[in-house]
Ligand binder design. Structure first.
Ligand code: ADP
Length: 508
């Protein structure tokens, strides 16, 4: 029986399209096809594979406006954010990979120690095989396409399962790869929800790249662990944004508002805990309130904040705000949750008078909510910021750059931005990933290509000598080895003794 995924525009409630779900019985065929296409794809030169990535880029550039519309219709985000935060980073990733993949994935000569005299050493990068990419709904293009192209560049074939919450984008991704003319089955897209995702995970991929919730990440890691399948897990965050009294407060206030409310806060690196030095707390609160109340909610090109994407997420956000208000928090801006309407829009919320026990302070909210908490000292705020199960991104705002670097170095976080927010993800040269519950592994940067390859160590000997000193027989060698190693590993090496014992061993 055919199952359909219904695409509905969350901002308008308008029905868009039905997308046919991949049948569980088809999963085996997907893997078979992926393994067959791997045979040829993996033997192409990197430069040949990159030609397809360049074609993909030009298809995306030519269809950029349409692509933005599809993302907007599927997520409810505003058009500017579809362009700036989903399409642009994807194009930039392709550009960077096309420029550097050949160098990053070519064999590398490394040093050979004197004890292995006469040999050459190098590292090769070999594709792993079939990579399974499972992606989420908040940035449905970049969080699917960037891992896919990183894996493809390294010679892997890929099965992508986009989120069932944004099936239109999933379908469109399939179309743009087709338009770019990738060879058959090098990239296959499987549509569906968690059952399809679970069947694909159980289907023996050679690598799993997952972006999504902590809960699902742990389920996938358990399945993968049983078969020793390597994974990258990009999970959630509860990112601190720290404002010291000597910061450019106008900039910090605007930065905090953008960092907390962009994409309606449905960002794993959203600023979800705003720590403000006590002496400027009231002023800062007032400044962010003014900035927030200027924001335009809607769906057109001039809007700042769109709707929530996933109804379940709206309920989580509501629960967090309710919990905080019940426990004594003060609503500085926004509508009380019992007055929220049935639409998927949430008016941005600012909360004060908070404590560490509230859900909004310790759990990921993933919505347009800004909790603002005062602190007294540098030491205290570092402790507060690190008191979290998550560690994805963080930001530090101060005009004292020495202090900024000092604090940044002590935050347990995958990334830190100084007097900026979120943008570390937009620099493809930087690694991206989290600590603690925010995940395992890194992508983007050189690392982002190499994770999809076996790193193979090769030693080359020209094979002229008939034997090596460490081979059999050992008879009479112990003392000579003792002298060799003592003379070699001493702080002040004894070269004559080293040479004598080496020659002795050669003669044995
Ligand atoms: P969110 O709640 O943010 O959507 P999820 O972790 O539920 O995050 O979903 C992220 C991706 O993981 C989606 O593509 C979803 O279909 C997929 N998924 C959910 N559950 C499973 C599972 N048990 N096994 C594999 N994939 C899953």
């Amino acid at each position: 029986m055919m199952t359909l995924l219904q695409a509905v525009n969350p901002a308008t409630g308008e029905y868009m399209e039905d997308i046919e779900e991949t049948k569980i019985e088809e999963v085996e065929l997907y893997y078979h096809q992926a393994r067959t296409s791997f045979e040829k794809w993996s033997t192409l030169a990197i430069s040949e594979r990159l030609i397809y990535l360049k074609k993909l880029k030009s298809v995306m550039v030519e269809n950029m406006d349409r692509l933005a519309q599809v993302i907007v219709q599927d997520t409810g985000k505003v058009p500017t954010e579809a362009l700036v935060a989903d399409i642009m980073p994807t194009l930039d990733a392709i550009t960077t990979i096309v420029k550097h993949a050949e160098k990053i994935l070519s064999p590398k000569r490394v040093k050979t120690p004197l004890l292995l005299i006469g040999k050459k050493s190098y590292v090769e990068y070999m594709p792993r095989g079939v990579v399974l990419v499972i992606s989420p709904w908040n940035y449905p293009l970049q969080l699917a396409v960037v891992p896919v192209i990183s894996a493809l560049a390294g010679g892997n074939t890929v099965i992508l399962k986009p989120s069932e919450v944004t099936p239109l984008v999933g379908k469109y991704i399939e179309e743009i790869f087709q338009k770019a003319g990738f060879p058959k089955d090098v990239i296959q897209v499987a549509h569906g929800g968690k059952e399809v995702g679970a069947a694909l995970t159980a289907g023996n991929p050679d690598y799993i790249f997952f972006t999504g919730s902590v809960c699902t990440g742990k389920i996938i890691q358990e399945v993968a662990a049983k078969k020793l399948i390597p994974t990258t897990l990009e999970l959630g965050g509860k990112d601190p944004l720290i404002v010291f009294k000597d910061a450019n407060l106008k900039r910090a206030a605007k930065g905090a508002v953008w960092g907390a409310f962009t994409n309606s806060g449905q960002v794993c690196m959203s600023a979800e805990r705003i720590y403000v030095e006590e002496s400027i707390y009231d002023d800062f609160l007032n400044m962010v309130k003014i900035e927030t109340e200027k924001l335009i909610q809607g769906t057109d090109k001039d809007s700042d904040i769109g709707s929530m994407t996933f109804p379940k997420q709206k309920e989580i956000v509501k629960q967090h705000v309710k919990d905080a208000l019940e426990k004594g928090a003060v609503l500085v801006s926004g509508t009380p949750p019992d007055k929220w309407d049935d639409s998927m829009f949430i008016q941005p919320v600012i909360l004060a008078n908070l404590n560490q026990d509230m859900e909004v302070v310790c759990e990921e909210t993933f919505g347009p909510v800004m909790p603002i908490i005062p602190f007294k000292t540098e030491e205290e705020v570092i402790k507060l910021a690190n008191e979290s199960n998550y560690g994805l991104n963080a930001s530090v705002w101060t005009s004292d750059l020495k202090k900024a670097r000092r604090v940044a170095s002590r935050l347990v976080s995958g990334a830190v931005t100084i007097n900026e927010v979120l943008v570390s993800v937009a620099n493809h040269y930087l690694p991206f990933g989290g600590t603690k519950d925010s995940g395992i592994g890194r992508y983007h940067s050189e690392e982002g290509l190499r994770i999809f390859c076996h790193e193979k160590a090769i030693i080359l000997d020209r094979g002229k000598l008939n034997k090596e000193i460490q081979w059999y027989p050992y008879k009479g060698k112990y003392l000579a080895f003792l002298q060799l190693f003592q003379s070699y590993f001493r702080e002040r090496k004894k070269w004559i003794r080293f040479l004598q014992s080496y020659l002795k061993l050669l003669r044995k």
